[in-house]
Design a protein around this ligand. Structure first.
Ligand code: KIV
Length: 276
């Protein structure tokens, strides 16, 4: 009998501070989770799903129901990876009680290993309350997409001494509140490296530094499927835009010339040989 597969836990991720870099990607769907499960340590069901799959202008388009539905799909499609589901804007900021209720819903309805929320000092109470309720939390500081309207755009962090000091306080607050890891997004490279040395939990960089304890990218960006703006920090490891466009063009030509469906894609009157 094949040995039972054990999922990577948030505690295992925490223990990897300073070790082999932690490989993370976002995932939103069952087939993509199936494809990624053998290759990554952690799958984040990011609220970027609102932009990437649903066409919203910002991540503020994500709802708790949307995150839960995609979290369930990713859990069905994965067996080994640690699955973290983002808490969408509006689901945790009001109070610690609101944050715990939302985090509980996410974990109970998806079975994921942990939740992630954005913010530092301002959400430390919420993080501590969720952790006390027994749910592991991943923090997220630096560029925070949920604050992009408030910030007036996607602004890189860590460019002034005041902002560097604020980032240090945020990282300390998230660690002290009990988070098991911390995403650092869109932050000056040297500052992200300093933050990584400063705290005892793993940092996961995106537009940050190769000195971070791990890296994450949005899956659609990484495989070249993103049709809108691709941030500078993205490396496209494939060009699926061309693959999809080329397949669609060849399909359209074959339908118009009646060469599809061909003999191998239709059914004869004889029974029993060619079930769909
Ligand atoms: O929502 C998301 O995809 C994220 C990652 C980019 C870190 O928060």
């Amino acid at each position: 009998m094949a040995p039972a597969v054990v999922r990577i836990s948030a505690e295992t991720i925490r223990a990897r501070k300073g070790g082999v870099p932690i490989v993370c990607l976002t995932a939103y769907t069952y087939p993509v989770a199936r494809l990624l499960d053998d290759h990554v340590d952690l799958l984040l069901v990011g609220d970027s799903v609102a932009m990437v799959l649903h066409g919203h202008k910002t991540t503020l388009g994500a709802s708790l129901e949307m995150m839960i539905a995609h979290g369930q799909a990713v859990m069905r499609g994965s067996a080994k990876t640690c699955v973290v589901v983002d808490m969408p804007a509006g689901s945790y900021e009001t109070s610690a009680a609101q944050a715990v209720a939302s985090a509980r819903r996410i974990v109970e309805e998806t079975g994921c290993q942990a939740v992630k929320l954005e913010g530092g000092v301002d959400v430390a109470r919420q993080i501590a309350a969720i952790v006390t309720a027994g749910i592991p939390v991943m923090g997220h500081i630096g560029l925070q997409p949920q604050s992009v309207e408030k910030d007036g755009g996607y602004k890189i962090k860590g460019r002034t001494p005041e902002n560097v000091a604020a980032l240090m306080h945020d990282a300390d607050a998230v660690e002290r509140a009990g988070a098991f890891s911390l995403v650092i997004e869109g932050t000056v490279e040297t500052v992200a490296a300093d933050l990584t040395r400063r705290i005892a939990i793993p940092t996961i960089g995106i537009g940050a530094s190769s000195d971070c304890d791990g890296q994450i990218l949005v899956i659609d960006d990484m495989v070249g499927l993103t049709v809108d703006r691709v941030p500078k920090f993205v490396k496209e490891y494939a060009d699926l835009r061309s693959v999809v466009a080329d397949a669609a063009a060849r399909y359209a030509a074959e339908v118009r010339s009646r060469t599809f469906p061909g003999p191998g894609h239709v059914f004869s009157a004889k029974t029993g040989k060619d079930n769909a």
